[in-house]
Write a protein that binds this ligand. Structure first.
Ligand code: HPA
Length: 274
């Protein structure tokens, strides 16, 4: 077995030894979106720092805990906080937890993130279902020797975000009178927010929002056969002609404000798919 597969298996075995049952669905909570975990009756919770081979989350607004519990009557794994390439982790480290979740039996992955809006129809606080993504120079996590035990060398990416989940989420949004956009997420490495010219570029290449996560996780998840659903909270607008300065504090505040709607959508979706 390769070193990567050995480590993945060790981590999965460690987690399995701590829990009585597992779940087929996992949720990753993005910046400022950790409150969903308050809705969960937790059976088990462990800081990332105590999980063998796990990277350690260093960003403010990310707690760094893996939880197993019940949300809306369904068992789910929740990752409170994720790993970003800009923290200095390799792309392979960023997606390590995704692969561990797969080895634990997870089939459905729900991702959330804070993102900057570049679509002129978007406002701060809006929610956007990610229907597709563009990687703007983020490192593909599958670069390197392919792990055939995980997936194929050249994975298809025609539907990275499962259309069946998107349809369900749209129905849930409509029946709860929640306005949602559906659009394209452009992944960048960060940690700088974009220049004015970069926001213009992102809009011109077909992006609706831009953010510093999600793309690598989705690629790794699709590679190992998971179905992915992802949602962005628009936390700022990349329209900087009139000197629009963006701060991490503002991003966190906007994410917090939109959290109750995102929580409702995710917990209703879990009820249907988990
Ligand atoms: N750009 C990149 N990442 C982000 C942004 C942004 O404007 N807002 C939140 N995450």
């Amino acid at each position: 077995m390769s070193e990567l597969m050995t480590q993945l298996q060790e981590t999965a075995n460690f987690i399995k030894s701590k829990v009585k049952e597992v779940a087929n669905t996992a949720i990753i909570l993005g910046s400022g979106l950790g409150n969903l975990s308050k809705e969960i009756q937790a059976d088990f919770s462990i800081p990332y720092s105590e999980i063998p081979h796990f990277p350690i989350s260093t960003v403010e607004g990310h707690k760094g805990r893996l939880i197993l519990g019940t949300l809306n009557g369904k068992k789910v794994w929740v990752m409170e906080g994720r790993f970003h390439f800009y923290e200095g982790y390799s792309a392979e480290q960023v997606v390590f937890p995704i692969r561990v979740l797969r080895l634990l039996g997870v089939q459905n992955l729900l991702l959330s993130n804070a993102a900057g809006g570049v679509n002129a129809n978007y406002a701060v606080g809006d929610l956007m279902i990610i229907k597709d993504h563009i990687s703007l120079f983020t490192i593909n996590p599958l670069v390197g020797k392919n792990e055939t035990a995980l997936g194929t060398r050249f994975p298809d990416m025609s539907e990275p975000y499962a259309s069946s989940f998107i349809e369900k989420a749209k129905q849930i949004a409509a029946s709860n009178s929640i306005k949602v956009h559906e659009g394209v997420y452009v992944g960048v490495t960060g940690p700088t927010f974009e220049t004015r010219a970069e926001y213009r570029l992102i809009k011109n290449v077909g992006g609706d929002v831009v953010g510093m996560s999600t793309v690598q996780e989705t690629i790794a998840a699709v590679h190992c056969g998971m179905k992915v659903f992802a949602m962005s909270v628009v936390t700022d607008l990349g329209i900087r002609e009139d000197l629009n300065v963006i701060t991490h504090e503002e991003v966190l505040a906007a994410a917090h404000a939109a959290e109750p709607l995102l929580t409702l959508l995710f917990s209703e979706l879990v009820k249907e798919i988990a």
